[in-house]
Design a protein around this ligand. Structure first.
Ligand SMILES: Cc1ncc(COP(=O)(O)O)c(C=O)c1O
Length: 382
């Protein structure tokens, strides 16, 4: 019940797999979580216009005022979060930087952070670097990897500083149900805890599910640090634009660290982000439909191979249980790559105890996904 871990998830394995894949010309990657779709043309055009017009100089550490205002409009429109663009928003160099900086600003040695397991491993490293401790809270396939507030509450101690919520989740593609989110908010208020809400996958939910931002619930704005980014929503990974919205005092602290690390997010990318947020939003719905079709294709294929999974209600992953193959995830990853040229990350990259799971990404066109599934079938048939 009270298991804790100070082990950093071992990412070496996935680096080795990626190197191996890079040396195989016909390898199909279902590994990294970077969208394969192009950045929409109107966003690219806005960046080119910024370059042509010489809008390439330095920006304020907190981000271009135009972008902070566009983010404030988006946060209100999409998330129901009212944020002051002058004091409560910080633009970051991808949400990866946001998570790193916010953890360094928030966590003091000995602080405990409740982290749902399996997990996005970068939080482990960031929390450990700050001297914090990770308190894992299990999620499971039977409940579609929803986060049970009872399990969270059972792990709160007098050292607990924050609860991390990633919904939709990487790697499980689960979402936190509205009822559980509501209860988690009540617990945070009752126990005076901070919530870190990583909403980078907010746009991609399926089967009628709805994304709810915990900061929009009563009493939560003042205790929630919400982070998001444009990498997933607008297929803009390489542009490196993310953001944090939180109470002004906290944004001030994070901005101090940001100035130290890289001064500000790339200016041209920030102009592109303004166009993304203020421009037509149909591109998001189009991407969601594409991912949804791929999701169904891979779900059907994996089911046909005897694999199971919690319903992937969000993001663009399938977190599949491979127990029925009789092979552990690390071995199966190597076999798939060596014998079939298909790169899939083993569950152990997302938590020590997930050797029976693998994370499949949906970031290839349908014919390539079909080919990857066919190759996998051949490997499993032996
Ligand atoms: C949960 C989560 N948070 C943050 C990130 C970082 O994304 P980026 O830095 O591209 O915004 C990722 C990337 O995959 C992620 O899965």
């Amino acid at each position: 019940m009270n298991e804790r871990t100070d082990t950093v998830v071992d990412e070496v394995n996935i680096f080795a797999l990626q190197e191996l894949a890079a040396r195989s010309p016909d390898a199909i990657s279902l590994g990294l979580g970077d969208p394969d779709l192009p950045t929409p043309a109107h966003i690219v055009d806005a960046a080119i216009a910024a370059i042509d017009e010489g809008r390439t100089g330095p920006a304020p550490t907190r981000g271009l005022p135009e972008l902070r205002h566009a983010l404030a409009r988006k946060l209100l429109r999409v998330n129901g979060i009212k944020a002051d663009p002058e004091r409560e928003i910080l633009v970051t160099t991808g949400s990866q930087e946001a998570l790193f900086l916010l953890v360094q600003a928030l966590i003091e040695p000995g602080d405990e952070v409740i982290v749902p397991d399996p997990r996005y491993p970068s939080y482990d490293a960031a929390i450990h670097l700050a001297g914090g401790r990770i308190v894992l809270t299990p999620t499971d396939e039977r409940h579609d990897f929803d986060l049970d507030p009872v399990e969270v509450e059972a792990r709160i101690t007098d050292r607990t500083k924050a609860i991390l919520l990633i919904t939709p989740s990487n790697p499980t593609a689960g979402i936190i149900s509205p009822a559980n989110l509501q209860r988690l908010a009540e617990i945070a208020i009752e126990r005076d805890l901070i919530v870190i809400a990583d909403e980078i996958y907010e746009n991609f939910v399926y089967d009628g599910a709805e994304h709810v931002s915990i900061a929009s619930l009563p009493g939560m704005r003042e205790r929630t640090i919400t982070l998001g980014g444009l990498s997933k929503a607008y297929a803009m990974t390489g542009w490196r634009v993310g953001y944090i919205t939180a109470p002004a005092e906290f944004i001030h602290a994070v901005a101090g660290l940001k100035a130290l690390v890289n001064i500000h997010a790339p200016t041209v990318s920030q102009w592109a982000a303004v166009a993304a947020l203020d421009g037509p939003q149909e591109c998001i719905a189009e991407m969601r439909e594409i991912y949804d079709r791929r999701r169904k294709l891979v779900m059907d294929a994996l089911t046909g191979m005897g694999l199971t999974f919690g319903q992937p209600k969000g993001a663009f992953y399938i977190w599949a249980n491979i127990s029925s193959t009789g092979i552990d995830a690390t071995t199966l990853s190597y076999l798939l790559l060596r014998d079939a040229g298909v790169l899939v990350f083993p569950g152990t990259a997302f938590g020590e105890k997930w050797g029976n799971y693998m994370r499949f990404t949906l970031l290839q066109p349908e014919p390539i996904l079909e080919e990857a599934m066919e190759r996998m079938r051949r490997v499993l048939r032996g």
